[in-house]
Design a protein around this ligand. Sequence first.
Ligand code: ASP
Length: 394
Amino acid sequence: MGLACGQNAFILYKRLVNLRVSIVIISSPFKFGFSLYKFGTKCLLSVFILSMMTGGKTLAQQTSSPPPASIKKSVMVKRTPLTILIHGGAGELVRGRYSASIDAAYKAKLTEALELAYSVLEDGGSAMDAVEIAIVTMEDSPLFNAGRGAVFTRDGKNELDAAIMDGATLDAGAIAGVRKVKNPIRLARKVLEESDHVMFAREGAEEFAKDYDVETVKPKYFFTEARWRSYKEGLAAEKRARKAKKKAKLDFDFKYGTVGAVALDRNGNLAAGTSTGGTTLKRWGRVGDAPIIGAGTYADNRSCAVSTTGRGEFFMRLTVARDICAQVEYGGKSVKEAANDVMFNRLQRLGGDGGAIVLARDGSYTLSFSSAGMFRGVKQQNGETSVAIYKDEK
Ligand code: ASP
């Protein structure tokens, strides 16, 4: 404000000095020239004082001559609140579904991921770094359907998808269907940084991991009792349904549990990332929305950063992440209005549900979900770390 005011005053002052010079040149041969000169000087003084008082944003906008470089730079660098948002999947999460100790374990892991990512931002790290560390923390936990806790495919294997996107450059990296990569989000970032491509799948992605020293593990690393039980229960439910000639209605937990993060760093840059084991009993080779840029993951400094969770087939058909950003960019909506339109209108009309975490460059954000609950958390500069699971939690 102060700078804009000073800038306007400076511009006006320059204009009026020019005007005064012209008046002097034109009028000096005449007698009334002197009084005109005096009048001009008085005008100059009053307009100068007036412009100092009003700050005159509109005046600054009217000028066609650019402000001095030093002023322009300081006007454009705006403070943005460091922010990290995460999700750990959405679904039929109603109270009583989990014991108090399981609830607490989820919340502790979400808090750990937020704290780690936030400390990266505080130390001057980029939004990309914060997104990566938040997701790695959740991938390493067997609680989430990503990395270590990935669900099983129809043939009893694990196939992992992930993507990351840099809102400052629109660079993106994605991988699909990997079976041996410990942290798929790290591989996605390597794709972004080291290749000319955006996405690798299966063996090609794994070969790329080897070439760039991204840690790989034996497939049994991804075996967890809980996921194996869900897999077996899913197969049994399908068998029963086949006998009754009905379509098996799988519990929502078979479908959801992906992790994601979006962040805003001290340079005002946004980033988004998502990582998943996909859906339980998916056919081998099935790829969901998480690694599809614009469907499950998107970031653009001109609008927002988004990571989604829910049955990928719906999110892909609606290009959910990009649609939210487009509504912000072209439609002038807030992130909340845009996300709610997609979650509660478009997605539900198509028969899907789920959630999205969305963050804009000014620090405004939303954690929107149309399912019963979503594992979620936020930490923003000068604010508390807050995590929640159920709809009735703040
Ligand atoms: N969106 C993921 C997928 O369809 C699943 C999830 O969000 O849990 O692969």
